[in-house]
Design a protein around this ligand. Structure first.
Ligand code: APR
Ligand code: PHB
Length: 396
């Protein structure tokens, strides 16, 4: 006999998408339960990107979890792009009147988790064999195993916030699911180090040796990346090699300020673009990485997940409190319109700033021309800035 549980919205995945949705629903008075495959301590330790759009900050405020973010987040008014020994600033504030906040996704997840705990709301972590069923009915269920017991969670909606490797997306029948993917011929090797950032703003660098990014988590912690082979094991990148490449790619002036502190985290990320359509199937909805992946150039991953949730939460409130299914019926189409724009921007930033290993001289010349155009054109810088700070959030 399976153990029976009940909630209104079953949320699969306790990443930022799942936890933010849970918090917004809770504040709207809608009962929800989060199922997570991994131990929560592991989820909270993951290091990811760290740039928040204003719209994301607003949603975190609505969720009641923005206090620490306002205290510790670093407000950035622009970025720099380094190329051939020169740095070119893109001034977000002058071009768009807007800014971004540098605050790690790890911290966002911790704040959301703390708020959920403070509200006494359940997260069932280490849930195995999670399987949403009966998604075309109005009473779907999620089957899973936990602590040796079979469980059956009855609900009204299943929210698939279970990331790229999750189970929910695969519950959409194959003949109705369409996926789009591009795998790039490079990855990012990232390190975290207790070292002062080389600059107050982020520096994206393009050189013949490849891309490099100088980011940060705080005034004393740097987050640094170099373009690498996606199949490189981290052992191929001892700290000295990482710092040598960072220095070579940025040039001597900035390199002189690079503090070579030992790395406290190191990982390789494959660069990928991916979109699944539709983002709703019956009473299953997808949000965040479960539905789409962007390469990290431009830092759209977390912001896109938050934007999905910002659209989904009111659509669920309309359905479950006002009995109005229409916003949820429009969710996929509305979300995808924005998703594809962020996909396009992330693909463009990635193509602009990476060395493509296949050695296509025509492509290389176009890339130089595009950089040159960007540095000289206010219109092009405005286009970059308005997408980097975030396109407007849609309403369902
Ligand atoms: N059952 C339960 N939980 C699952 C399952 C499953 N079958 N599969 C995956 N999960 C959990 C994962 O362990 C993870 O904690 O779902 C969670 C998904 O979280 P994320 O991968 O962080 O995805 P999301 O919440 O959409 O956040 C998007 O994360 O990857 C970055 O760039 C991305 O910044 C963006 C953000
Ligand atoms: C980061 O700080 O981790 C970061 C910042 C900007 C990006 C990607 C990652 O484009």
């Amino acid at each position: 006999m399976a153990k029976r549980l009940e909630t209104r919205v079953a949320i699969v995945g306790a990443g930022p998408a799942g936890l933010l949705l849970g918090q917004l629903l809770y504040r709207a008075g809608i009962d929800n339960l989060v199922l997570e495959r991994r131990p929560m301590a592991r989820v909270l330790a993951r290091i990811r990107a760290g740039v928040l759009e204003e719209g994301t900050v607003r949603l975190l405020e609505e969720a009641g979890v923005a206090d620490r973010l306002h205290r510790e987040g670093l407000v950035h008014r622009g970025i720099e792009i380094a190329f051939e020994g020169e740095r070119h600033r893109v001034d977000f504030e002058a071009l768009t009147g807007r800014r971004v906040v540098v605050y790690g996704q790890t911290e966002v997840t911790k704040d959301l988790f703390a708020a959920r705990q403070a509200a006494g709301l359940p997260i069932l972590d280490e849930a195995a064999d999670v399987l949403p069923v009966d998604l075309e009915s109005e009473r779907p269920k999620v089957l899973f195993r936990r602590e040796g017991e079979s469980c059956e969670l009855a609900c009204e909606v299943v929210a698939g916030c279970d990331g790229f490797h999750g189970v929910c997306r695969s519950r959409i029948p194959a003949e109705r699911l369409r996926t789009f993917e591009r795998i790039y011929p490079f990855g990012w090797l990232g390190i975290l180090a207790r070292a002062r950032p080389v600059s107050e703003e982020l520096i994206y660098a393009f050189s013949e040796r490849g891309f490099a990014l100088f980011s940060m988590r705080s005034p004393t912690v740097s987050r640094l990346y170099v373009q690498c082979d996606p199949n490189d094991p981290v052992e191929a990148w001892p700290d000295e090699r990482v710092y040598d490449e960072l220095a070579a790619r940025i040039g001597p002036e900035v390199a002189a300020r690079l503090e070579r502190a030992p790395s406290i985290e190191k990982s390789v990320t494959q660069m990928r673009s991916f979109v699944a359509e539709p983002m709703r199937w019956g009473r299953l909805v997808l949000a965040g990485d479960a539905a789409h992946i962007v390469p990290p150039t431009g830092a759209k991953g977390l912001n896109l997940a938050a934007a999905d949730v910002g659209l989904l939460a009111p659509a669920l409130v309309a359905l479950l409190k006002e009995n109005d299914p229409r916003p949820l019926e429009r969710y996929s189409e509305t979300a995808l319109a924005r998703v594809w724009k962020a996909e396009r921007f992330s693909w463009w930033m990635t193509s602009l700033l990476h060395k493509f290993p296949e050695g296509d001289p025509f492509r290389d010349r176009l890339q130089r021309a595009e950089l040159d155009h960007l540095f000289g054109s206010t219109a092009q810088q405005t286009a970059l800035a308005e997408q980097y700070v975030g396109l407007p959030l849609a309403r369902a």
